[in-house]
Write a protein that binds this ligand. Structure first.
Ligand SMILES: Nc1nc2c(ncn2[C@@H]2O[C@H](COP(=O)(O)OP(=O)(O)O)[C@@H](O)[C@H]2O)c(=O)[nH]1
Ligand SMILES: [Mg+2]
Length: 467
């Protein structure tokens, strides 16, 4: 593969630290580094896992920096190739000069994720482990960190390997039948096959279901803030985030598009989504915004319904009913009686009482708040965090966090359904075997047993440079 003939380099540390690390990987990594490095021994002669003090110089011999170079020899490196890591002083100027000197000596600048991609292509890790590297770097909570680490260590891959080996066993039984198809024999006990398929299918479904939780942990619990225009949604978003993220005004229809921001409350990551106010509108753009608000409401795991205490009670109730009617049993619904600072306490209490009939499902709550003054927000924050605290313990089991994996599992499950139906209706073994191979294909695509450049491009371009 011509890919590997290149030796690549990139800074692996973010700007601003005291020390910066430049990573170089490829067949010529040691020779290229030798061209710009002066130390006691040449790097080309150095053993793997050795550390060398020396200097990096300009072409005219003038000093750029004194550095420490770590040497790795194939296959014992992150990428599986020869590699060096140059630790220099964390100056943007020094880093750019060292990189420039490497490029002058035949090294190419690495693309985002290219080191990890090489690690995958050299068999140092499978695809789901490579993806876990990006997740690990991006993890913002203990739970997200734990899932990424488990995936990186191969926990998810092992689980998939278990499923695949059961399927391979099944496939081999069916294919044995195929070899003797003229003789109309059935080697495989169909009941036993069906049981096996049911078992693996159930496992596959469990993984698919785990995505809701996995996604909540990795990307934040999706929380849609919905309600009438001017009920205080944007004010609430800003108050929860502690910054002025959304434009607040008393002009109805100010928030036209959705705004999303994540926020860590007591160790639980939430993704708050501010939406356009729900009202009849003749403005095309605003109507699109309202459509989108309903979509966000449908996709959210938690719905914060902001209700304006300043509005007439019948209007407030109509809005609350409209939202409650759109929330499913799986979604958590929290009514927020907002602008408490504007009304008397008994008016707030009356509104709260009027909402009681809408609290008849599990996970429904009501809070009296003032997004503007901050009253009641502390209680709200704690209540939100408390109801999702179990995310932490849930991450002990395997959770799917990646949409690519989810899609592959869904395709596998669909093919599984056909295998099961085929076994029940005594479909010819060759057709069943075909569907079974499809299952194996989709499960294999998760770990990268089957992959193509497009899939790889999609995955690695989202990595940071130097990883
Ligand atoms: N008195 C009072 N005014 C509020 C409160 N929350 C929001 N507002 C005001 O209501 C108006 C609309 O707020 P905004 O957050 O833009 O509402 P949105 O349309 O639902 O996003 C603005 O003038 C806010 O200052 C509150 O708790 N108390
Ligand atoms: Mg708004």
């Amino acid at each position: 593969m011509d890919h590997f003939e290149n030796t690549i380099a990139a800074p692996s540390t973010a700007p601003g630290g005291a020390v910066a690390v430049i990573r170089v990987s490829g067949p010529k990594a040691l020779d290229c580094a030798d061209h710009i490095f002066r130390g006691k021994t040449s790097l080309a002669q150095a053993k793997g896992y050795s550390l060398h003090f020396g200097s990096i110089r300009e072409a005219d011999g003038s000093l750029i920096d004194e550095v420490l170079v770590s040497v790795f020899r194939a296959p014992h490196s992150y990428t599986g190739e020869n590699a060096v890591e140059i630790a220099c002083h964390g100056s943007g100027y020094i880093v750019s000069r060292i990189l420039a000197r490497l490029l002058e000596n035949g090294v190419k600048m690495a693309a985002p994720g290219e080191f990890t991609q090489r690690a995958f292509l050299h068999g140092k890790m499978d695809l789901s482990q490579a993806e876990a590297v990006a997740d690990l770097i991006a993890a913002q909570t203990a739970a997200a960190h734990r899932i990424a680490l488990k995936q990186l260590k191969g926990g998810f891959s092992e689980e998939l390997a278990g499923m695949r080996s059961e399927l391979l066993h099944l496939a081999s039984l069916l294919e044995l039948e195929l070899d003797f198809s003229d003789e109309e024999v059935e080697f495989a006990d169909r009941t036993q096959l069906r049981e096996l398929v049911e078992k693996v299918l159930a496992h596959c479904r469990k993984l698919i279901e785990s995505f809701r939780l996995g996604n909540a942990i990795k990307n934040g619990v999706p929380v849609a803030i919905v309600g009438n225009t001017n009920s205080g949604k944007s004010t609430l978003l800003n108050a929860l985030l502690g910054e002025n993220r959304a434009i607040v005004s008393d002009i109805a229809g100010t928030t036209r598009d959705t705004i999303e921001e994540t926020c860590n409350l007591d160790g639980v990551l939430f993704r708050f989504i501010d939406t356009a106010g729900l009202r009849e509108s003749s403005d095309t753009i605003e109507r699109i915004g309202i459509e989108r608000a309903y979509e966000k409401l449908a996709a959210a795991q938690l719905v914060l319904a902001t209700l304006d205490l300043g509005a007439p009670l019948p209007d407030l109730l109509a809005s609350a009913r409209d939202i409650a009617g759109r929330v499913t049993d799986e979604q958590q619904l929290v009514f927020l009686l907002n602008k408490a600072d504007k009304v008397r306490t008994d008016a707030a209490r009356a509104a709260q009482e009027a909402l009681t009939p809408l609290l008849n499902a599990p996970g429904r709550q009501v809070f009296v708040i003032s997004a503007k003054s901050g009253a009641g927000l502390e209680e709200l924050r704690h209540a939100l965090a408390a109801s999702w605290q179990n995310l932490d313990t849930a991450s002990e089991t395997t959770l799917v966090t990646n949409t690519r994996h989810l899609e592959a599992l869904q395709c596998a499950a669909a093919a599984f359904d056909r295998v099961r139906d085929g076994l029940c209706t005594a479909l010819p073994s060759d057709l069943v075997a075909q569907d079974l191979r499809e299952c194996l294909y989709h499960l294999g695509s998760i770990v990268g047993e089957v992959s193509n450049n497009e899939i790889l491009g999609n995955i690695f371009e989202h990595f940071c440079i130097g990883k």
